[in-house]
Design a protein. Structure first.
Length: 503
């Protein structure tokens, strides 16, 4: 028979009807799966996934309820938007839901799923978490790296002072805050500065910055072929080929950092500690494992803290009375004769409340990181089959009127008088796979924000409040990079003359 257009169209139509019929049969053979909206054959609900996803999921939960399901092509995805649902996931079901889904991006950026972020729950993941908590995040290690955090924050303060010593001046904050958190992490890892001024090798720094920003772009994207396998057979849009090529370059730069540390005499960076473990257990602490840790620290640990700082500064500029109260707290506790330091943070509850309130309204990972079920389980009475992808909409839970009074207003006071349970406020997730870098992030964000409040006055650029629209990306960025008016306070003269103590 001749392959005419009507013949092809009729065949495709029949195939789609058959597919729909089969998928409904499969659905009915697994009863009591969370409700879902009508879907299309083959792609399921992929056409509904408009960015930002946390808002799309929140809108769907308003009609479907706090636990609903979607089909990303061939994969079942369950989305949780309530605090009791999240609690059930990360207490009763914590182990069953402790796997991560695999996809093309993880195959490359996560070194074939061997990094701590993407490795399946099991011995290898446990070893990596133990290694991180001893070698990177232990109190001893964090204290040993305190001088890096102090030094980078002073760089930022000096940079701002150059512009604003005489009067209020407009400053662009986003790039400065991102530079701060990147330099802190990369100096901890390899002892190098790649952002801002005073760079040792600006060509190397530029290449590093270009590759890392591309890695963030990949991290925030997704490959349709992970859900519609037929697209993978033809490598739709060359996605995998380009990713593989890009990852070769990124891998080379990470390998370069390791090789450079091998040649260096001073032994103070994270890579040095890992290389000394490699000497005693070379078969486990391979270069690939070390490169995976470098990649994870950069991708999980930089943007998240920078985004929190940018949102916090935006809220402060929009709420001058909150800023004034925070400054009064810092002045009362620390004064103007010395710079705020990390040990002050526990004595500054209002500053901490501002950070909590910022992460409540703008969690840098609004959907946490996807989990996957390793076995059948139940959530909220619904059946969740093995290999289901689970997403928890922390952004929606943080704004749920059943949990929070006046949920969309910025009111740090709500944290002054009460401890909040983990299943209500979860910017770092909770349960086994919760963020291991939370302690470091709290130190960096607390010290940086406290220093900016102590050393400068801040105002809006015009009459209008700072635009708080969210963009899309790996972390939840602001669409408009933050610009504010800034003027140095007297303490900056002492900082510059070296006349302030560090304690
Ligand atoms: C404000 C800053 C940060 C926020 C809001 C944040 C948030 C998160 C969240 C929501 C998760 C996923 C939890 C889950 O799967 O349920 C996570 C995982 C992770 N974070 Fe963070 N994070 C921050 C900073 C950091 C830092 C500074 C590091 C390291 C330098 C880091 C390293 C990691 C790692 C390695 C994981 C994966 C853990 C695992 O899968 O076992 N994060 N983070």
């Amino acid at each position: 028979m001749e392959l005419t257009l009507p013949y092809i169209a009729a065949s495709v139509f029949l195939l789609l009807v058959a597919f729909k019929f089969l998928s409904q049969k499969i659905h009915h053979s697994r009863p009591n799966i969370p409700p879902s909206p009508p879907s299309l054959p083959v792609i399921g609900h992929l056409h509904l996934l408009h960015r930002p996803l946390h808002r799309t999921f929140h809108n769907l939960s308003e009609t479907l309820g706090p636990i609903f399901s979607l089909r990303f092509g061939s994969r079942l995805v369950v989305v949780i938007s309530s605090s009791p649902g999240a609690e059930e996931c990360f207490t009763k079901n914590d182990i069953v839901l402790a796997n991560r889904p695999h996809g093309t991006i993880g195959k490359y950026l996560d070194y074939k799923y061997t990094t701590v972020v993407s490795s399946p729950y099991g011995d290898h993941w446990r070893n990596l978490r133990r290694l991180m908590s001893l070698e990177i995040f232990s109190t001893n290690r964090l204290n040993a790296f305190l001088s890096i955090r102090r030094d980078e924050i002073r760089h930022l303060l000096r940079q701002l002072h150059q512009k604003s010593s005489a009067d209020f001046t407009k400053v662009e904050m986003k790039s400065k805050l991102y530079g701060l958190t990147f330099n802190i992490i990369v100096r901890m890892i390899a002892g190098k500065r790649y952002y801002g001024d005073d760079l040792e090798d600006s060509a190397e720094a530029a290449e590093f910055r270009e590759l890392v920003s591309k890695a963030f772009e990949y991290g925030g994207s997704w490959n349709a072929a992970d859900y519609v396998p037929v697209l993978g057979w033809i490598d739709y849009k060359g996605f995998e080929k380009n990713l593989a090529k890009f990852h070769k370059r990124l891998d080379l730069i990470f390998q370069g950092l390791i090789d450079e540390r091998r040649r260096d005499e001073s032994k103070n960076t994270m890579i040095d500690h890992l290389l000394s473990l490699q000497e005693s257990q070379p078969e486990y602490y391979t270069d690939t494992i070390i490169k995976g840790l470098i990649s994870v620290m950069i991708l999980a640990g930089t943007d998240t803290s920078a985004a929190t700082l940018e949102w916090a500064m935006s809220f402060l500029v929009n709420h001058p009375q909150v800023l004034q109260k925070a400054r009064a707290e810092v002045d009362a506790h620390v004064g103007q004769d010395r710079l705020i330091d990390e040990h002050d943070l526990q004595e500054l509850p209002y500053l901490q409340a501002i950070i909590s309130e910022t992460m409540r309204l703008c969690p840098p990972a609004p959907l946490l990181v996807p989990h996957m079920s390793s076995d059948d389980c139940t959530i909220g009475g619904y059946n969740i089959p093995r290999d289901t992808i689970l997403m928890v909409n922390a952004w929606a839970i943080h704004r749920d009127p059943k949990v929070w009074d006046d949920p969309t207003s910025f009111k740090p006071e709500r944290f002054e008088s009460r401890e909040v349970e983990a299943h209500k406020l979860m910017p770092f997730g909770f349960g086994r796979r919760a963020c291991p870098g939370a302690g470091l992030a709290q130190r960096v964000v607390g010290l940086a924000l406290g220093s900016l409040i102590q050393c400068f006055q801040w105002e809006r650029v015009g009459e209008d409040p700072v635009d708080l629209t969210e963009g899309s990306g790996l972390t939840m960025p602001k669409v408009e990079p933050l610009e504010t008016m800034c003027k140095a306070r007297d303490i900056m003269k002492k900082v510059l003359s070296g006349g302030v103590n560090d304690a």
